[in-house]
Write a protein that binds this ligand. Structure first.
Ligand code: PMP
Length: 357
């Protein structure tokens, strides 16, 4: 009698990344852009899909070169397609970075709480990882980063700018400090960079072949369902990623959709501005209700503290508002939605405060 194949010993006890299954009319649980595509955009996307269907019997190009060129143009004037590795979401870019440059001989380090997939991907790729706690305000400061570099001597460092789930900005002097220790790879996750008030770290790639920036179209581009992300790095780094990539990794349709969405990048600033002004409105209301709210450089807020974050999550869910309790104990994360969605969220927060006193 055949037995069920055994998962690798080192992966025993690994839980899958928790994707919430609850549904509710107001969904503020995944830090998405609340705006679906406008009418004109839907037509443009439909056209792109229709055109790509003409060759759907053929494999895509070996690597998505047209998309890499279009992303390079979006990233910076100096950036070339050789500096871009497009992926099915930035999660895939992060996975391939660890497959190529991680493993048992390396030592990774990250500053928690941070994006849970960073640690998960280390485990999946058998990369030992040191988890360093952030300060009580969830900020990451240069002195703390230096002390952690000295103590753990990592070869591979993760930074997240701005950080998820805390929203906190990443001061540029933290990056400079980490680079002084010359790790073999510094991954800077900029999933939310379009919302940030700080300059992107991509320009570092020009002088630092050990820096790779991971980005996504899931957030500001409002394209989470299309699954498009990318790594920005030295041409040789992207070439190494290509070596370990199976051919035809991205579908013709994904590439065509992403190219069309990139043509509409000029819609982003207005949506970002709305998200930031709504974020400050939500912050002010939460604070006036007596919550602590972490500093945010992104399209979401981490707020607390509550005695039982799961009960708090359920309270909102039962009133039609999905938020997230993925972060530190006693804290909750809410994305910034459309003004009416934020109103629903704030109404729950106010009611919760009133009834729990
Ligand atoms: N990095 C961070 C910090 C994120 O928050 C997310 C998604 N929540 C990702 C990467 C992955 O995004 P995607 O795979 O959709 O590009």
């Amino acid at each position: 009698m055949a037995t069920i194949p055994r998962l690798r010993d080192d992966l025993r006890g690994l839980a899958p990344y928790a994707v919430g299954k609850d549904m509710a009319p107001v969904r503020l649980n995944n830090n998405e852009n609340p705006h679906g595509p406008a009418d004109g955009m839907t037509n443009r996307l439909m056209r792109a899909v229709r055109e790509s269907l003409a060759t759907i019997n053929r494999y895509p190009g070996g690597s998505p070169e047209r998309l890499a060129a279009a992303l390079a143009e979006y990233v910076a004037p100096w950036c070339r397609s050789e500096n871009i590795w497009p992926g099915n979401g930035s999660n895939e870019a992060l996975l391939y970075l660890l497959l190529a440059f991680g493993g048992p001989q390396q030592k990774a380090m990250l500053f928690a709480p941070t994006y849970a997939m960073h640690e998960q991907l280390c485990r999946i790729t058998a990369t030992p990882v040191a988890v360093v706690a952030r300060d009580d305000d969830f900020a990451l400061r240069a002195e703390a980063a230096a002390a952690a570099m000295e103590e753990h001597e990592p070869t591979l460092v993760f930074l997240c700018s701005p950080n998820n789930p805390t929203g906190t900005p990443l001061p540029p002097d933290v990056i400079a400090t980490v680079l002084r220790y010359e790790p073999s790879l510094l991954i800077i996750d900029e999933a939310y960079f379009e919302y940030s008030q700080l300059p992107s770290a991509v320009s570092l790639v020009r002088d630092h072949p050990n820096v790779v920036v991971a980005r996504t179209m899931s957030k500001a581009f409002a394209f989470a369902g299309a699954r498009v992300g990318y790594a920005v790095g030295h041409a040789q780094v992207c070439a190494e990623l290509q070596k370990i990539s199976p051919p035809y990794r991205m579908s013709t349709i994904t590439e065509a959709l992403a190219m069309a969405a990139l043509e509409m990048a000029d819609l982003i600033p207005a949506q970002v501005a709305m998200a930031l002004s709504e974020r400050e409105r939500v912050r002010t209301e939460l604070e006036s209700l007596g919550y602590r709210v972490a500093d945010s450089d992104a399209n979401f807020l981490l707020f607390g503290t509550v005695p039982d974050d799961h009960a708090e999550y359920e309270y909102y869910r039962d009133r039609g508002v999905l938020i997230r309790n993925v972060g530190p104990r006693g804290w909750l994360r809410t994305a910034i939605g459309e003004p009416a969605e934020n109103d629903s969220f704030l109404a729950c927060a106010a009611e919760r405060r009133r009834t729990s006193r």
